[in-house]
Design a protein around this ligand. Structure first.
Ligand SMILES: [Zn+2]
Length: 261
């Protein structure tokens, strides 16, 4: 996969942000395939229907592109907070492409796909309203907390300029789909418990190790008085979906759905 942008496309644009938008969008259109069905190309959505940036002409899935200079690190700045929350909580939320680029070499260094159901409100941080002196005083933007997305939902397409095989990407997208849950609250719980388990280094762990996250989870779900039963319920869900196995006596083992690669 060619990682370099085509600088000739940006010649007639003056603003830097506009140039980057043209370069990154053209790159996706020229080189990216549909990571859901494997179709070789994606189409740009008409600009006036800006629900998403791209769609697959074969399966119809939609994608929104977020680009960042350098590594995404902890946060990716995004647009208006309310609009973003509304979009991710609607029935028609897109999958996200996260592209990081080298602004000097003008090439893609990293590229991820994050399936739509990994976007829960908790990973969207509300920024402070713009001050009274700002052009858009009172406007509230948001940040995507990239490293709060469970690793199962950050599927690598390009890493350090190296492409991951298309089959691996498609396989991982299908595996991530097993974590799909209807309803935003249920989705939040599943992602939260998964993220706790991801923080446990060992592949084999105990229920007590997950219970150690009880204070964190209680803080996030203040209306819930039954954190431990909720944890057990999510562990069962993760087992049913092939992400864990129960070894008995409160011992669990992490599993890779579909068995390896
Ligand atoms: Zn498709």
């Amino acid at each position: 996969m060619e990682c370099h942008f085509d600088p000739s496309l940006a010649k007639r644009y003056h603003s830097r942000s506009q140039c980057i938008r043209i370069l990154t969008e053209s790159w996706v259109q020229a080189h990216m395939y549909c990571p859901r069905c494997g179709h070789a190309e994606l189409n740009h959505c008409p600009n006036n229907q800006a629900v998403a940036d791209f769609y697959c002409p074969q399966c119809g899935n939609e994608y929104e592109l977020k680009s960042k200079s350098g590594l995404p690190g902890h946060k990716i700045a995004d647009g208006a907070y309310e609009a973003f929350i509304q979009r991710i909580t609607s029935d028609r939320n897109p999958d996200f492409f996260i592209l990081s680029y080298d602004p000097d070499a003008l090439c893609v260094t990293h590229f991820w796909i994050v399936p739509k159901h990994f976007f829960v409100p908790r990973i969207v941080e509300k920024r402070k309203p713009l001050g009274t002196n700002a052009k858009r005083a009172g406007w509230v933007g948001c940040n995507i907390l990239f490293d709060e997305i469970p690793v199962q939902g950050r599927i690598t397409v390009i890493q350090n300029g190296m492409e991951v095989s298309r089959d691996t990407v498609l396989h991982q997208v299908r595996a991530a789909d097993r974590l799909y849950t209807e309803g935003l609250q249920a989705r939040g719980w599943l992602m939260d418990v998964l993220q706790c388990i991801n923080q446990i280094q060992a592949d084999i762990f105990t229920l007590d190790q997950v219970y150690a996250f009880e204070p964190v989870l209680a803080e996030r779900h203040r209306s819930n008085q039954h954190i431990r039963p909720k944890i057990r319920q999510q562990l069962q869900l993760l087992r049913d979906r092939g992400f864990l196995s129960f070894l008995g006596s409160g011992v669990y083992k992490k599993a890779i759905p579909g068995g390896g690669g």
